[in-house]
Write a protein that binds this ligand. Structure first.
Ligand SMILES: [Cu+2]
Length: 645
């Protein structure tokens, strides 16, 4: 099978339609009616998220349509264009509902069979699976306990075609967002539509539509709001939008702020000890292959850091950080370690940098000793006790190499490997300090059986668990394979929510037919594009949990002592702050596990001591868990750490 190199496209949607018609005229393929319906699919090919490790992918169904005589007469590129046209026309209606129903049944059956061999008290268990209106490509656990999900409007129902609108410009390139409220269960009314602001993007088409804020980066502000930067301008293989948005979990509304200076498609965002966000990398407004080195900061210096629920940043710009971040590949891992510096772990082995947020400088870190490029894959800060994390673990992204590497005190050491190399994985920090890898695939849109083939090797559905000694063991399987664009978060009740991967959801989710109604904020039937599954870690199968009855409802200052109450003081051996997660594309800069000293006890009252400073735990909202001596957590209460309290 031949794979041609990525090639940027410089055509508008209208231009592509014209070219599609021209192609079809040359080929005399079929009637105009079919052409009009098929035209958008012509935009399908250069992979969303293509980079030099992910060559331009031609799906097998397109490969099957390539004709040798056309290659000889027209050249490879033009012949592929024709092949795509034929495949698109043949593809209409060729992925029937029965295929989804049958596939879901097969996946459900294999999950049941496989998981019968895993004891829930040791490995945990997958226990719920339900439809969601959103693909779940971007996710954030909010300090209200609700989960924000955002992605794009559906442009495709056939999972054998590229399902993301990377190459789409104009009004079809539109954002879509929902809240899921776990307190309301799993039916349609547990979701609520929270549409982003309508924008007129600078794509020359003058077609206002809900902001195409997917392919962005995000992290939390100290008042619990989510800052979202960048997005999909559309075309050219991945073109950055300059969008700067804030989602307010308290009023459940979006605010658009002045644009960044540069477009960013696949940027990373991290919140520092000063409560400001640093925004790095991303393909610029010129398209794929133009990653920006410009670092921007939100809010700009001179604008206040929002601390209170009422402080919605409005008309708040970014400003430019003095140092650049010349990552050659997008979506680097960024972490604020407990020395207060921002560590940037690039996907290239020799692009590892430290950023001093006060001096606004950059310095080199040792290259990753594996010397290998890591594609989209997980990395996480390791628990560092009461002083906060001083180390990070780099795990996924290398499909052929399961090694894990720890960065600590300026150097890299090998940690125990996982069972196999996986990319597109998510590694989640649990309240007991253990790690869980979920999701993953062989490559972008490849689950071990070739590009755009939704059949997945069973191993990619298997979670992998890391204990306190750093040993890994494979565990039960999730229902759907979930690779590219998958996500997971720990909920305040200790369960783990798993979602994402539009290709797999299109392939296996019978609710894709748009017959569900009753989602607040929508009228009439709605496409349940996505699905959510719930994993219960082993600690939820190990007997009685501690209870955490009351925690401070006013902000807690650093190093300050504060009281909580528990009706099970005998089961309260430890107290832990776990930061809520926001993630996409295996990048999760927000996860953080900080232990709290229990400074005294009296009956049902525990006195806890907040982290020493904002370097240990940046200001913001955290889940506070009490744990028993076996690591079984309570249900969390939300606590806000504030520099001014
Ligand atoms: Cu993507």
């Amino acid at each position: 099978m031949s794979l041609s190199p990525p090639r940027p496209r410089h055509r508008s949607r209208a231009g592509r339609r014209l070219s599609a018609v021209a192609t079809a005229v040359v080929c005399a393929l079929t009637t105009g009616t079919v052409l009009a319906a098929a035209a958008p699919a012509v935009a399908l090919v250069p992979g969303h998220g293509a980079d030099d490790t992910a060559p331009h992918v031609t799906s097998p169904r397109v490969q099957a349509e390539i004709r040798d005589d056309e290659v000889a007469a027209l050249g490879q590129e033009h012949a592929e264009e024709h092949a795509r046209m034929r495949a698109a026309i043949r593809g209409i209606g060729d992925y029937p509902q029965t295929t989804r129903t049958n596939r879901l049944k097969a996946l459900t059956d294999s999950q049941t069979t496989t998981n019968a061999g895993f004891d829930p008290t040791v490995f945990g268990a997958f226990n719920e699976y339900f439809p969601s209106p959103d693909f779940g490509d971007h996710i954030a656990l909010l300090p209200t306990g609700k989960v924000l999900l955002f992605s794009f409007e559906r442009i495709e129902t056939n999972p054998e075609k590229e399902p993301a609108p990377t190459q789409t410009t104009g009004k079809e390139n539109a954002g879509r967002a929902f809240l899921w409220d776990p307190a309301k269960g799993s039916g349609p009314d547990a979701f609520k539509k929270v549409t982003p602001p309508v924008v007129d993007m600078p794509d020359g088409l003058n077609e206002p539509r809900p902001a195409p804020f997917f392919c962005s980066g995000h992290s939390f502000l100290p008042n619990g709001m989510l800052g979202v930067f960048g997005g999909n301008l559309g075309g050219n293989g991945g073109t950055g939008a300059k969008l700067s948005l804030v989602f307010d979990p308290w009023t459940e509304t979006w605010t658009r702020n002045p644009d960044m200076s540069v477009g960013r498609w696949y940027p990373s965002v991290v919140t520092g000890a000063d409560g400001r966000q640093l925004i790095m990398s991303g393909q610029s407004e010129l398209g794929w292959g133009t990653p920006t080195p410009v670092v921007e900061r939100f809010p700009a210096k001179g604008y206040p850091v929002p601390t209170l629920k009422s402080e919605i940043p409005k008309n708040t710009p970014v400003d430019r950080f003095k140092a650049d971040a010349p990552f050659s590949l997008d979506y680097p891992h960024l972490f604020s370690l407990n020395d207060g510096n921002i560590y940037g772990f690039g996907r290239q082995a020799n692009e590892q940098w430290k950023f001093d947020p006060v001096a606004e400088s950059r310095s080199d870190l040792a290259a990753r000793p594996d010397g290998r490029k890591r594609n989209y894959g997980s990395a996480v800060m390791l628990p560092g006790g009461v002083y906060g994390p001083d180390s990070a673990l780099v795990l996924g992204g290398d499909r052929d190499n399961p090694s894990t590497l720890r960065f600590s005190n300026g150097s890299w050491t090998a940690e125990k490997s996982r069972a196999f190399g996986r990319t597109q994985d998510d590694t989640i920090l649990l309240p007991d300090g253990k790690l869980m890898t979920v999701n993953g695939a062989y490559d972008i849109r490849d689950y071990g059986n070739g590009p755009y083939n939704p059949n997945a090797d069973l191993k990619y559905r298997q979670i992998e668990l890391r204990d306190a000694q750093g040993n890994w063991k494979l565990g039960p399987v999730q229902r759907l394979p979930r690779g590219y664009h998958s996500n997971a978060v720990v909920l305040p009740d200790g369960r783990v929510m798993v979602t994402g991967d539009e290709l797999q959801q299109l392939a296996n989710n019978p609710d894709i037919d748009g017959t569900v109604s009753g989602v607040p904020g929508t009228t009439g039937p709605i496409n349940m594009n996505g699905t959510i599954e719930i994993y219960e870690p082993a600690y939820l199968h190990q007997g009685n949990r501690p209870s955490l009855d009351r925690a401070p409802t006013t902000p807690v200052g650093f190093d300050k002592k504060f009281l909580v109450t528990t009706s099970t003081p005998e089961r309260a051996a430890k107290a832990v702050l776990l930061a809520p997660t926001t993630s996409t594309h295996s990048v999760n800069t927000s996860q953080r596990h900080v232990e709290l000293r229990i400074s005294s006890r009296a009956g049902n009252r525990l006195e806890l001591q907040a982290p020493p400073d904002a370097k240990a735990a940046p200001p913001g909202w955290y889940m506070l868990f009490l744990l028993n001596d076996q690591g079984v957590p309570s249900v969390a209460q939300w606590v806000q750490l504030s520099s001014s309290a």
